[in-house]
Design a protein around this ligand. Structure first.
Ligand SMILES: NC(=O)c1ccc[n+]([C@@H]2O[C@H](COP(=O)([O-])OP(=O)(O)OC[C@H]3O[C@@H](n4cnc5c(N)ncnc54)[C@H](O)[C@@H]3O)[C@@H](O)[C@H]2O)c1
Ligand SMILES: O=C(O)C(=O)C[C@]1(C(=O)O)C=C[C@@H](O)C=C1
Length: 298
């Protein structure tokens, strides 16, 4: 008989039960080993109503502070630009010893926004699950979203070991693989593996759309192959990505600068017929894809 696991928390509050928050709620509901009681809070009454319809939590409310007062763990799942304002509503209401955590895609900016509001008796564990889709909102969540995906943790000096362990267990029970790193390192890594690819996808769609308008041609009707994969990423939420670009500005601009240099080098190789350069770049791309498949990340 499978061992019955004690839930990590008595009451878990998810603030912003969209794609990520509702995926955590779905997992917690399905497994029963994350929290005994689930609360969802959102500034949008429509989101709260949908959470109730989908039965994702025991309670759904627009009153963030009242919800926070009941919770042993508060998980912030709002866009990174809203983290500070939301923390200012929930942190003063939290119980002494309750754990604060967030899932924001940028870490330095979120920690900077939350630090001034933090209380000595509320340990804070910043995290970032590296899993998602182009969809958002409570309907988009998936119980299995985090399985085999990385969840990055960027604990602070003030983060207690007990709080870190509890949040590690929560993500393990969501099926994630865990890795710890510093917040600035996190932001540089995510700038290249997540934020720049989104910037390129939004940009290439814009460029193709301009060309289609200019030439009144069927450019986009024929965009069914390589371009199609960019359009999936380009369908992502504008508010979330606006915030990520603006709140990871320096790391993203650095990676964009490197990319533009490399793209210029490729242009030069094409101009001068440098076959070896072109083949080497393509082979490196193929090798990266192969290693992702082997590592079950593709
Ligand atoms: N989508 C992804 O692939 C992904 C992956 C990992 C981490 N993240 C991060 O997770 C967070 C949530 O992303 P998501 O894709 O789940 O977003 P989402 O748009 O699906 O959900 C966000 C929710 O936050 C609510 N919200 C926004 N501002 C609020 C405020 N001021 N007060 C209360 N509620 C508010 C919205 O109403 C919405 O229900 C973001 O910080 C994002 O960077 C996203
Ligand atoms: O799979 C996708 O659609 C995603 O965009 C997920 C993705 C990523 O870029 O990998 C997007 C943002 C997150 O912060 C983490 C994961």
């Amino acid at each position: 008989m499978a061992e019955v696991q004690e839930p990590v928390f008595d009451t878990l509050l998810v603030v912003g039960p969209g794609l990520i928050g509702s995926s955590v709620l779905r997992r917690a509901r399905a497994r029963g080993n994350i929290a005994r009681r689930l609360i969802a809070a959102d500034s949008s009454p429509a989101v709260c109503a949908r959470v109730r319809e989908l039965d994702l939590a025991d309670e759904a409310t627009t009153n963030l502070a009242a919800a926070a007062a009941q919770a042993d763990c508060v998980m912030l799942c709002v866009p990174v630009g809203a983290m500070g304002e939301v923390a200012a509503q929930v942190v003063p209401a939290m119980k002494s010893g309750a754990v604060l955590t967030d899932v924001g895609s940028t870490k330095v900016s979120v920690i900077e926004a939350i630090a001034p509001i933090l209380r000595a008796d509320v340990p804070y564990v910043p995290t970032h699950p590296m899993a998602g889709t182009e969809f958002s909102g409570p309907d988009a969540g998936l119980e299995h979203l985090f399985e085999d995906r990385w969840c990055l943790l960027t604990p602070l000096e003030s983060t207690t070991q007990a709080a870190l362990e509890a949040i590690r267990t929560l993500w393990e029970r969501c099926g994630a693989r865990l890795r710890e790193m510093t917040p600035p390192h996190h932001d540089r890594v995510c700038a290249i593996v997540s934020h720049l690819p989104h910037l390129l996808a939004f940009t290439i769609c814009g460029t193709a759309d301009d060309l289609a308008a200019e030439t009144r041609s069927e450019v986009l009707d024929l965009a069914a192959s390589g371009f199609r994969d960019f359009t999936r990423i380009a369908a992502s939420d504008p508010i979330m990505w606006r915030d990520i670009f603006l709140f990871n500005r320096e790391a993203l601009l650095e990676m964009l600068g490197r990319f533009m240099e490399d793209a210029q080098a490729m242009a030069r190789a094409i101009r001068w017929g440098d076959e070896a350069y072109i083949v080497d770049k393509i082979e490196r791309g193929r090798a990266i894809r192969k290693s992702l498949i082997e590592n079950r990340q593709a």
